[in-house]
Ligand binder design. Structure first.
Ligand code: C2O
Ligand code: CU
Length: 746
């Protein structure tokens, strides 16, 4: 498979190139009429021809890249290009080939011949390049003014000027510039244009109207310059002035449009996430949406549906908690082991927040207090399928907790595994600042796998803003003594925005859990690097050898100076990181087992999510936006489900960055990656990294009613629009988000 970034980069870059390759012959063609002599005109025409062919060649190159794209990645990756952008260029280009080109050819070739016989054309009007304009030419010859000043055969006369300035010659070229500009604009600003037929229509409107206007203007121009005798090419200074005026006008238009778009992009001051206009029922929508085989019949209950408020979907409110925690959000100056200090936002003054350890089945109560985080905080239990009201999303499941306020979360720890918690108010800022921590649910004491001899260690990777990465809050190598023969469970959590790659050096190991879900029959592996999605978790298991073991971030420039060193005696040489290890692949690891559903199950709802990057305005600023089906939050689709539905989602990443898709409240089963089924252990995940050019199909059972976020866990992407929601029929929310409220979930 060709490299996605390279192919997509070339494809996108070519759209810019094509604007220029269309512009050059157009400018040259427009200057044809200014040529004083036939020889100069012929030369100019030849150059114009050359550049026309060049632009045709460049376009053929683009077609080839599109084809290669299709071959490697499939229809969804080129749909917008093939149906949206390329036709805007093909149509003008065809008219260039069939209308402009023959005229240019005549000018270049026949005038060229006339070098030897300058009078040939003039003497034989029938054979002249002006054959179609023969009548006009004869007329011109009859005109007295022409007779009065006998024409110099070397000079360009009115007839030639008429041909050189014909709209048929010039306008197709101009249209090709307009078409490639429009295509380029769409590619960068509306990459998912096939989902927005209105914009596509507008683009064609611009092309047709623009071309018509250009035709009219060129006809006037032609009339001015073929009137014999009285025409003089405008002074270069005038031409310059005119060009500048056009440029100024265009710039003014862009500034005006930009300003309007800026204002229009302002997010609503106050809105309910549930009051959504862009509803996706998962039954296939939109002009170009592919046919979906959704089952009829799940709207069964829609009339009889009972409404329930998010606020009522709580965990057990009564009863004494088995485990109580108090987390106080507060600012603190944190001193890192290297001696560096950092202004952090913390839970209980710690960076990261305290690790919460719970036993499976326990009723947990967490009291969140906010001491001094002015914008308010919440806590989301990442990966735990808690009841909706306990999910901790500001504006969706609760109001942000302002300084001096508190909020109580209560839920039963139903899943054993490795999770983490973090604020879900201004998450892109607050998680970076330190409002997060590890959350470990150990198997109940009686349960299988509850082994007290295990050394259970957590490694939480994070990257504070403007700082280097930290591991468990440390920016140096941490050492722990573990006696040989001890079973070790290493819980690896990625709390930064990008996927990270780690190595466990010096030992073979198993990956026993992914995102808190046990892997079936995990085999022993060695010499594989672990790339973990932002927000994801891997649990590793091994028996401590009689030599040191290093767990550290690998990759370019990494030397193992940070990380965790386990040593049998508290000393010893750290094993070295290895270069270019293959990556652990969860799609082909462990053993298959019976599944509750698979690719062939009858799905009640099917959603397709196309991820793009587009330039545009978001909430009053210009930025690169991360779009889902061409939209940014809160205009991204709201996925509707009914309780009990089996839901399939397809993620298609057409952008240039990884998107770790995190669905709250549910676990997704990965069905296929790039069309190939998962062959190993069932791969359950709550945070799935979708790399550029990757397509994943996942499925989940809608069994946890509420309003749930589904977003990219690169929090910066979520803050720039890459966020959507899953809403159960009949669920309402009393909470609001927006500038005028206290709630800012991203
Ligand atoms: Cu870990 Cu919606 O987040
Ligand atoms: Cu993303």
């Amino acid at each position: 498979m060709a490299d996605f970034e390279v192919l997509a980069g070339i494809h996108q870059g070519l759209f810019l190139v094509l604007v220029f390759t269309a512009l050059i012959p157009t400018l040259k063609a427009k200057a044809l009429v200014y040529q004083p002599t036939r020889r100069a005109l012929a030369k100019k025409a030849r150059w114009t021809l050359f550049f026309v062919w060049l632009s045709v060649l460049a376009f053929a190159g683009q077609l080839f890249v599109t084809w290669a794209f299709f071959q490697s990645f499939g229809w969804l990756y080129i749909r917008d290009k093939a149906l949206g952008f390329l036709p805007l260029m093909v149509v003008p280009l065809l008219s260039v080939l069939f209308i402009s080109l023959p005229r240019l050819w005549q000018l270049a070739a026949k005038l060229d011949k006339s070098k030897e016989k300058p009078s040939y054309i003039v003497d034989n009007p029938d054979l002249s390049l002006l054959s179609e304009d023969a009548a006009a030419s004869e007329m011109a010859e009859l005109l007295p003014s022409d007779n009065a000043q006998p024409s110099d055969p070397e000079l360009v006369d009115a007839d030639l000027r008429k041909v050189a300035s014909a709209p048929e010659l010039i306008v197709p070229l101009q249209a090709s510039v307009l078409g490639s500009l429009t295509a380029c604009f769409l590619q960068f600003f509306y990459p998912a244009v096939t989902l927005e037929p209105a914009i596509l229509l507008l683009a064609w409107g611009v092309l047709v109207a623009g071309t018509s206007a250009l035709w009219i203007m060129q006809s006037w121009r032609q009339q001015r310059c073929f009137r014999p005798g009285e025409w003089k090419p405008p002074a270069p200074f005038l031409r310059f002035l005119r060009g500048t005026a056009v440029l100024l006008l265009v710039s003014a238009g862009i500034v005006f449009w930009g300003n309007q778009a800026l204002l229009a992009s302002k997010l609503p001051e106050q809105f309910k996430i549930t009051d959504h206009t862009n509803i996706d029922t998962g039954h296939g929508t939109g002009l170009f949406a592919h046919a979906q085989s959704a089952h009829a019949g799940h709207d069964r209950a829609s009339s009889a549906i009972q409404t329930v408020s998010v606020a009522d979907l709580t965990g057990p409110r009564e009863g004494e908690a088995d485990r109580q925690f108090k987390l106080t959000a507060q600012k603190a100056t944190v001193r890192l082991p290297s001696g560096k200090t950092m202004e952090a936002w913390t839970f209980n003054g710690q960076y990261p927040g305290p690790e919460l350890r719970i036993k499976q089945g326990e009723l947990v109560e967490v009291v969140l207090e906010n001491k001094d985080i002015a914008d308010g905080v919440t806590i989301h239990w990442h990966g735990l399928n808690v009841p909706n009201a306990e999910d901790g999303v500001a504006g969706a499941t609760q109001d942000a907790v302002l300084p001096g306020e508190k909020h109580v979360y209560r839920f039963i720890a139903e899943q054993a595994g490795t999770f983490w918690y973090h604020s879900h108010q201004q998450a892109s800022v607050q998680v970076r600042k330190g409002l997060f921590g590890a959350l470990v649910i150990e198997p109940a004491a009686s349960a299988q796998g509850a082994d007290s001899s295990i050394r259970d260690l957590t490694v939480i990777h994070h990257k504070p803003k403007g700082e280097g990465a930290t591991i468990n809050g440390a920016d140096t190598l941490a050492m722990q003594t573990v006696s040989p023969g001890t079973p070790v469970r290493l819980r690896f959590i990625n709390a930064e925005n990008l996927p990270v790659t780690y190595q466990l050096c010096g030992i073979s190991f198993q990956v026993v859990a992914i995102d808190g879900n046990e892997v079936n029959e995990p085999n022993l592996i060695a010499n594989q690097a672990l790339e973990l999605a932002a927000g994801g978790r891997y649990d590793l298991y091994f028996t401590m050898p009689d030599r040191p073991v290093l767990f550290a971030q690998a990759g370019k420039g990494k030397t193992g100076e940070k990380g965790l060193l386990l040593s049998p005696d508290g000393r010893g040489e750290s094993p070295a990181l290895q270069d270019n290890l293959p990556l652990f692949d969860p799609a082909r690891y462990g053993a298959p087992m019976a599944l509750p559903f698979d690719s062939n199950s009858p799905f009640d709802r099917e959603y397709q999510m196309l991820f793009d990057v587009a330039f545009g305005m978001y909430d009053g600023r210009f930025d690169g936006l991360w779009t889902i089906n061409g939209q940014v939050f809160p205009y991204t689709p709201m996925m509707m489900v009914s309780e009990g539905d089996l839901v399939k989602m397809t993620f298609v990443n057409r952008s240039f960055m990884d998107h770790p898709m995190h669905l709250h409240g549910h676990h997704m089963l990965v069905l296929t990656r790039n069309g190939k089924p998962v062959t190993g252990s069932p791969w359950w995940t709550d945070t799935l990294n979708v790399a550029p050019g990757e397509t994943y199909e996942v499925a989940f059972r809608a069994d946890n009613p509420g309003l749930w976020m589904d977003h990219c866990h690169n929090q910066d992407h979520a803050a720039l629009g890459m966020s959507m929601h899953l809403l159960y029929e009949g669920v309402t929310s009393p909470y609001e988000a927006g500038h005028a409220t206290r709630n800012h979930p991203e």
